[in-house]
Design a protein around this ligand. Structure first.
Ligand SMILES: Cc1cc2nc3c(=O)[nH]c(=O)nc-3n(C[C@H](O)[C@H](O)[C@H](O)COP(=O)(O)OP(=O)(O)OC[C@H]3O[C@@H](n4cnc5c(N)ncnc54)[C@H](O)[C@@H]3O)c2cc1C
Length: 453
């Protein structure tokens, strides 16, 4: 061990309520997330390993870590459960990975508003169970909700189950405030209101160490799952869009193209021999009545599976990036893209791409709300060949009007809208002036001099 790391270890050992991990296999494991869905990221990130992983058990320990990192100029990368796909939690420049999983308490529930103040390392599955006691549930869930932390979702996720109604995490109204420790000369635990929290929301932990969050929740409902069979993909899109503009309560609406359905687990495919496109819906029982009428009008077959929570395997397990997970469990060469399809030209884009690329691209669609407007997002899966082909497909999608959230880059901007959020950079200058938090992940940091005064 280098003398720098020896010195660092001595200092870490003096912190109370801190677990320190330094054996090489754990260091390797805890320096990774699910970036291997992208062959491009895999090549870039496979060799990145932290010098130490630490797990603070209280907020004082978090502050002490920040003090040491400041004093010795050590890079600090935060980790929830490490389920991100963009390499968000991977330390590019060694240093410390701080896993937040012991900060897992619900600090306060506000019955009048349904808001909940929760520590960042709380697993979303546990949080949802606790909320149920108050007749509430989380508005938005990634398909990894059983294992992912709420802090990791806010700092690194985008949306998921529930986005059909509640949009994306960065939409005003979902995050009401947070508490974070700074990494400056005198690290402090600061409280941020909804507006002040915006630059830290989806910033990959590059401008603050989130210790707790104030988030809005929804009334707990019983969600029923339904599957609709459609011979024709265009018709499936038409039916899903009809559902999203109807006066019903929906939690999820997705479409899997038949070749994708064919690769899903047996319990989902059923016994049917014919490959068929499927629409997957989660709605309240009353809302299903209206969807049944839509199905009858379109003369398509449908199956009501039952209450999602009571199913042995629910449809939540085959949507969002779990679709890609199942495809990859059959063949590791499957990778994917994420995009917002152009409004009113969704199928136009799909048919143009089909004409050019055929079955090199298989379609997985998710209904979302974007700034209050029902839209279709897509997470198509593609067989990996090389980065030239991938970039050609990406350019093709962009030229046809899709907005790409590229899962083959590890920066906040690359995986997001592609533009620098100046407020994120300003927050980093203030709360992390040495640029030690998750270095290399915020492209805007490269032009920080423009914001110095
Ligand atoms: C199969 C599969 C399906 C998925 N489905 C979805 C989906 O539906 N929707 C979606 O949005 N994502 C999805 N993801 C990505 C990921 O699971 C989620 O974004 C998840 O919420 C991340 O939580 P985590 O605790 O694992 O965070 P991590 O991966 O550990 O961290 C994510 C980012 O947040 C930062 N971070 C973590 N904790 C803190 C903190 N306390 N303060 C500041 N920064 C912090 C990390 O540095 C990192 O940059 C999926 C991933 C997989 C593998």
């Amino acid at each position: 061990m280098s003398s720098r790391n020896q010195n660092l270890k001595e200092k870490l050992k003096k912190i109370e309520n801190l677990e320190i991990i330094s054996n090489s296999s754990d260091l390797r494991r805890l320096s990774k997330d699910f970036y291997n869905y992208s062959p491009i990221l895999k090549e870039k990130l496979d060799g990145c390993v932290a010098d130490f992983v630490v797990r603070p058990k209280d907020k004082i320990a978090v502050q002490k870590i920040a003090e040491i990192c400041w004093e010795l100029s050590i890079p600090l990368t935060l980790r929830g459960s490490g389920t991100g796909n963009y390499g968000q939690a991977v330390p590019l420049f060694k240093g410390i990975v701080m896993q937040m999983n012991y900060l897992d308490k619900i600090e306060e529930f506000y019955p009048d508003t349904g808001f909940v103040q929760v520590q960042s390392g709380c697993l979303m599955g546990d949080l949802n169970k606790q909320l149920e006691k108050h007749g509430r549930e989380l508005r938005l869930l990634p398909s990894t909700w059983k294992t992912a932390t709420i802090g990791g979702f806010i700092a690194g996720g985008s949306g998921g189950i529930g986005s059909i109604k509640w949009g994306f995490l960065r939409d005003p109204g979902n995050l009401l405030g947070l508490e974070a420790v700074t990494l400056n000369e005198n690290p402090k635990l600061l409280k941020f209101d909804a507006e002040e929290s915006e630059p830290l929301n989806h910033a990959y932990g590059t401008n603050g160490i989130i210790t707790s969050l104030l988030i809005a929740t929804d009334i707990k409902r019983k969600w029923y799952s339904m599957v609709i069979d459609c011979e024709d993909l265009e018709q499936a899109i038409e039916i899903l869009q009809k559902c999203t503009i109807t006066a019903i309560e929906l939690k999820l609406g997705a479409i899997l193209e038949k070749e994708i359905v064919d690769q899903m687990p047996i319990w989902f495919k059923g016994k049917s021999k014919n490959k068929i496109n499927k629409i997957l819906i989660q709605a309240t029982l009353g809302s299903l009545k209206t969807i049944e009428l839509i199905c009858k009008k379109f003369k398509v077959k449908y199956f009501i599976l039952g209450e999602e929570e009571k199913l042995l395997n629910g449809i939540s397990e085959v949507v969002w990036n779990h679709t890609t997970l199942h495809m990859r469990s059959k063949d590791k060469n499957w990778t994917y893209l994420q995009m917002l399809l152009p409004l009113h030209r969704e199928f136009e884009l799909i048919s143009a791409l089909r004409e050019k690329w055929g079955k090199k691209i298989l379609w997985h669609i998710e209904a979302v709300s974007q700034q209050g407007v029902p839209r279709l997002a897509a997470l198509p899966v593609l067989k990996w060949e090389n980065s030239i082909l991938l970039n050609q497909i990406i350019d093709n999608c962009k030229n046809l009007g899709a907005i790409i959230f590229n899962p083959h880059v590890f920066t906040v901007e690359g995986g997001g809208l592609g533009v620098i959020d100046t407020d994120q950079v300003k927050a980093k200058l203030k709360f992390d002036p040495k640029g030690l938090l998750n270095p290399g992940k915020l492209e805007g940091w490269e032009i920080k001099d423009e914001f110095q005064n």
